[in-house]
Structure formats: structure tokens, C-alpha cells
Ligand binder design. Structure first.
Ligand code: PHE
Length: 445
């Protein structure tokens, strides 16, 4: 059914565009800060290499061989119990759920691009007041930018794989990398750079408990866009004869290096001009703007560029979060792309408004259960539960259900001697790790 295929570079940039997102620049530095820096970064790198990389290859394989939407791909590749395995494909729903808060956060970023043009907060206190006011009281600003984000994402989706997604990534990803590289180079000239290196790489193991491990695994999935069908859906449009291992390598490499570069840069600025490595979601919206203020006019330029880069990262991830469900309705129900894109867009847009309201003082109480508001619940359920479950299903599917000969015929020539290690990790290491994560989340261990 599908004819449009990514070019090789188009695929890598689109998959990297999916992986490099708010997770890398907004979430990673603040959770690294929360869990004490170095030790967390090492645990995270370890999970990325051991679990992330092998799941990435498995997910690409299902898409590449299945060639259809996630549900159909599972169904077609399952040698037995097809009707059961097709439910594996519903991991695509996770993307749509993530978009509920993701689009709201992109809205904040777009708003910050505009405000950084003229004013930056003079200190952390002021920055905090500004952010808190927007988050807890300013419905209309958040709604305006959430709407812009929704329109942009939906528009790109209506244009399809080639004319929308590939084109957008071919332009935005290089721009994002240039902006970050430029700011990073500047950061290396500052005295505080070594403190940032120290913070990110010297481990304090006392901060690492099972919770940090769970967060690291959850984040590895989130940041690599695994376990919800984004990579699978893109891989269905990969050119025939592509090398999955090389592609996966590039995506993991770009994603990880961009997270580290962004983290080092942010922490350098925070040490040099701010109050040190702040924790929590407010890091880029509170501490960072105040640090930029100290840099004078250059700070304004940096702030605008930084938020533009962050918006680009978020938007290229967003299209990949929604595309799996768009593809599902096109393939299974013969919907037009226009219809599928608009309806999926409306879903995250409207539920996103509920997430947005759950941060607003007047509605907070109504939309908070068990200590978490709706916004945080969506984040928690998707990143900590749905993605690992999706990963578990994929590992078991490729490791135990698909015929080994079929997998070997594609993967052995590409992985060579590493095939057995990959296959072993998929069968035993990954599912066990996922299981432990889930048990610990449910409070069993
Ligand atoms: N990887 C993206 C990020 O780091 C988020 C994402 C998750 C995108 C899952 C697609 C699928 O922000």
C-alpha cells in the first residue's frame, strides 16, 4: 500500500528526529540533576547500550519486515496466534498519549522563544514567578501555544512521510545540531565547563537506588523513542536492503551525544552564571533563563536560539509520536491521510487541554488523584509503564515468536559475530530487565 519511502539519510534523520526530543534537552538534564548526576548518567548509558540498542534493532526489524502499520506488522509476522499478537501493535497508542503533555510543553517553549526576544528574568526568583504564573494561572497563553503546536504537527502529518516528515527533519535536524554545537563550543570556553563535566561524569553511587534504575530504564526507552511503534512505523518506510544495525547505531549515537552535549552545555551555564545544577522540570524554564540574563545581550540571543532548538527537537519527535496511529487508520480502515491526521491531532489537542488545565490552580484539585495531577499521570503511565511493556512485548516477539531463520536471514549478515549476543540479550536480558522494572513500579519488589 505504501509507496513513499525515506531516503537513507532521510530515514536516519527522521528516526534521530524522533529520538532527539524534549527528553534529551528538557528531561534528561533535570532527572540527571535529581538523581545526583554522574552515577545516574552511567546507569543510563549502560541501559541505552545494553537494552536500548538491541530493542531498537528489534523494533526496526518488525517494521522493516512487516512494512505496514504496527498492528498489521505484528499480525503478519506472527507465525501463530495472529489475532492475539496484533494487540502488540497497539503500543502505538502510547505515542498519542505522550502527545497529550508533549504538545503542552512545546507550547511553553514556543512562548519562551517569543518572550526571550525582549526580556529575560533578572534572577531565579523572578524566573520562577514568571514560569509559575504561566503554569498555574495563565490558561490563555498556554492554550494559544498549545494550539499552534497542534496545527503545526497536524499539518506536517497531512503531508505524509516524504513531503512532510522527511522534509521537516532534513531541515530542522541539521539546524538543531548547528545551534547546539555552537552553544556547546561557547560553553567549553567558560571556566565552569570542568565543573559540568565533573557533575555529569563523576559518580556518587549513594544516590543510586532501585528507583533511579527504573527511571534510567524508563528514560532510555523514552529518549530512544522505543516501545511505542514510532521507530517501527518509520522503519516500514525504510528502503529495501537498508542496514538496520548501522541505522540503529546512528540513531542511538546521535540521541546519546545530543543529550550529553545539551546536558554539559546547560550545566556549564548554570554553574557559570546561575545557581548550579537545578533540579526538576523547571531547569530549562526557570534556572536557565535567569542564567542567560547574566550574559547580557548575548544571553538573549542564546535564549532565543536555545528555545528554537528545543522547539525543533520537540516538533520532530511529535510527528513520530502521532504517525503510528495515523498510519494505523490509513492502513486498516482506509481513512485518507488528511482525515487520520486531523482526528489524531484533535485527540491529543483536546485531551491536552485537560492536561494543561490540571496545572491551573482553579482546576488542579478536580484533576489530581493520588498525589499526581492528570499531566503527571500521563507522563508517568506512558514513560514508566507503557513504553517498557511495549519493549517487553517486542523483545519476546522477536526473541521467541518470530521464526529464528527469518530473523537470521536479515540480521546475521548485518550483525555478523554479534548476532548471538544480540539475540541472547533480546531473549533473556531485556525481558528480565523490563520485568524487574515493572515489578518495582508496582511496588512488588
Ligand atoms: N524520544 C523523544 C524524546 O526524547 C520522545 C518520544 C518518545 C518520541 C517515544 C517518540 C516516541 O523526547
Amino acid at each position: 500500500m505504501k509507496i513513499a519511502r525515506f531516503s537513507r539519510i532521510g530515514f536516519i534523520l527522521a528516526a534521530a528526529g524522533s529520538a532527539v526530543g524534549l527528553g534529551n534537552i528538557w528531561k534528561f538534564p533535570y532527572i540527571a540533576g535529581e538523581y545526583g548526576g554522574g552515577a545516574f548518567v552511567l546507569v543510563y548509558l549502560f541501559t541505552v547500550l545494553l537494552i536500548g540498542f538491541s530493542i531498537m534493532i528489534a523494533e526496526m526489524l518488525i517494521g522493516y519486515l512487516g512494512r505496514r502499520d504496527t498492528v498489521t506488522s505484528f499480525e503478519e509476522l506472527a507465525p501463530v496466534n495472529k489475532h492475539l499478537w496484533k494487540f502488540g501493535g497497539f503500543q502505538a497508542l502510547a505515542g498519542l498519549f505522550i502527545m497529550i503533555f508533549y504538545s503542552v510543553v512545546i507550547g511553553w517553549i514556543l512562548h519562551y522563544i517569543v518572550t526571550s526576544l525582549t526580556t529575560l528574568p533578572a534572577n531565579v526568583k523572578e524566573a520562577e514567578a514568571t514560569f509559575t504564573y504561566m503554569l498555574h494561572s495563565d490558561i490563555w497563553t498556554q492554550l494559544l501555544y498549545h494550539t499552534i503546536s497542534f496545527v503545526w504537527i497536524t499539518y506536517i502529518l497531512t503531508k505524509g512521510i516524504k513531503g512532510g516528515i522527511e522534509k521537516m527533519n532534513l531541515v530542522l535536524m541539521p539546524m538543531l545540531m548547528i545551534i547546539l554545537a555552537g552553544m556547546f563550543l561557547y560553553a567549553t570556553t567558560l571556566g565552569a565547563f570542568s565543573q559540568a563535566v565533573e557533575f555529569m561524569f563523576s559518580p556518587d553511587w549513594s544516590k543510586i537506588d532501585s528507583n533511579a534504575f527504573v527511571v534510567a530504564v524508563g528514560h532510555a526507552f523514552f529518549t530512544l523513542s522505543l516501545g511505542m511503534g514510532a521507530i517501527m512505523t518509520y522503519s516500514a518506510s525504510m528502503e529495501k536492503g537498508s542496514n538496520l544495525v548501522k541505522n540503529a547505531f546512528w540513531v542511538v549515537f546521535l540521541d546519546t551525544s545530543i543529550a550529553i552535549v545539551a546536558g554539559l552545555m546547560l550545566f556549564t551555564f548554570l554553574y557559570q552564571y546561575g545557581s548550579g545544577p537545578a533540579k526538576g522540570p523547571g531547569l530549562v524554564f526557570i534556572s536557565l533563563p535567569a542564567a542567560f540574563y547574566e550574559m547580557g545581550i548575548l544571553g538573549n540571543v542564546f535564549a532565543v536560539l536555545f528555545f528554537i532548538a528545543l522547539a525543533f527537537a520537540g516538533l520532530t519527535s511529535s510527528v513520530s509520536l502521532v504517525e503510528p496511529m495515523v498510519q494505523y487508520f490509513i492502513d486498516r480502515f482506509s481513512w485518507s491521510r488528511l482525515r487520520a491526521s486531523i482526528l489524531m491531532g484533535l485527540f491529543f489537542y483536546l485531551v491536552g487541554i485537560v492536561a494543561l488545565l490540571s496545572n491551573i490552580d482553579d482546576y488542579k484539585e478536580l484533576l489530581t488523584w493520588g498525589g499526581k495531577n492528570f499531566f503527571d499521570w500521563v507522563d508517568y503511565v506512558t514513560a514508566a509503564i507503557m513504553l517498557p511493556v511495549g519493549g517487553f512485548i517486542m523483545a519476546v516477539f522477536v526473541g521467541f515468536i518470530m521464526p529464528k531463520e527469518q530473523i537470521e536471514s536479515v540480521m546475521k549478515p548485518q550483525l555478523k559475530w554479534a548476532f548471538d549476543t544480540w539475540y541472547f540479550s533480546l531473549r533473556y536480558i531485556t525481558p528480565v530487565a523490563m520485568f524487574v522494572v515493572l515489578l518495582s513500579l508496582m511496588g512488588v519488589i
